[in-house]
Design a protein. Structure first.
Length: 294
């Protein structure tokens, strides 16, 4: 577990491609960790100016685990165990807004959780976990992502609402209409419960999203058999998505650099303080959760 760092990056789709191409620099170590909820994904340590851990959410060698089957609790547990205080993640949702084209980026500031079957808390049967979510994504990491996106020259928006569905199937046109009416700007499958579990562990968490396509019904697209997304993307959009994807390492390294110079002054690290004051948890949340049992 060398390269101890207070930073971690959770990579979305094709994180494994960037790993295979050594896009994050010199890897110093890789390992899995056990948790009361099972094994984490493989965690890679990277050195460089701002050392960080990297975990590819969907697997290490290809798209092996779809969103509903990611062990979110084991992953967040493992990062907490390593002493991580700030997590940057990325996700590639579908756009619900015609003006937000595939290949453009967004740093979401809010989230609607439409998942159904995921373990969403570390505090089952404990009476704990009633935590405020006025800012579900860490404002400091969001700011650092703005910096990373600007310096990478990316086309991006500083805010947006992410709707998280269960998956792995894509959404129906009626669902897409509903999500738009609910105020969502993009629809994906991965940020819930990941963001909430990080907050329960008092870890800062925010995400940078790259629109991978228009969600069903936003643009008229005929079904094309045997293609990725069955024809939801035009060739031009596909090329734009591919070139935007290549910006992830630069965006992340810019954001990490920004964070490294930023004192942690947000409220994320105090999410459980009320329970701590009441003597229901101590300083070591992992120890407390272990004692609660599954
Ligand atoms: Zn924070």
């Amino acid at each position: 577990m060398s390269g101890a760092s207070k930073f971690a990056v959770i990579g979305g789709s094709r994180g494994y491609d960037l790993l295979a191409r050594h896009s994050f620099g010199e890897e110093t170590d890789s390992f899995e960790l056990d948790s009361p909820f099972g094994k984490s994904g493989i965690i890679h340590s990277f050195g460089g100016e701002t050392p960080f851990y990297f975990l590819s959410r969907h697997g290490d060698f290809g798209y092996e685990i779809t969103a509903p089957f990611v062990n979110y609790r084991a992953n967040i547990w493992a990062l907490k165990l390593l002493g991580v205080e700030r997590i940057i993640s990325w996700s590639q949702p579908g756009s619900l807004v015609p003006a937000r084209a595939p290949g453009s980026f967004c740093v979401p500031d809010d989230i609607i959780d439409q998942t159904r079957n995921r373990a969403g808390t570390f505090y089952k049967n404990t009476g704990l976990g009633f935590i405020r979510l006025g800012e579900p994504f860490c404002p400091e990491i969001r700011k650092s992502l703005d910096g990373g996106l600007s310096s990478a020259g990316a086309d991006f928006r500083k805010s947006g609402v992410y709707c998280c569905t269960e998956g792995p199937r894509l959404e129906t046109p009626a669902e897409v209409k509903m999500f738009r009416k609910m105020g969502a700007d993009m629809v994906g499958m991965t940020l819930a419960p990941e963001a909430f579990l990080a907050r329960e562990m008092e870890i800062c968490y925010a995400s940078v999203c790259m629109m991978s396509n228009f969600a069903e019904g936003i643009k008229k697209r005929p079904f094309k058999k045997g293609e990725l997304f069955e024809g939801m993307l035009t060739e031009k959009e596909s090329a734009k998505v591919a070139s935007s994807f290549e910006l992830f390492p630069e965006i992340i390294s810019g954001a990490l650099g920004g964070l490294a110079g930023m004192e942690r002054a947000c409220d994320c690290g105090k999410a459980m303080e009320r329970y701590r004051k009441a003597g229901k948890v101590g300083d070591d949340l992992l120890d407390d959760i272990r004692s609660f049992g599954e």
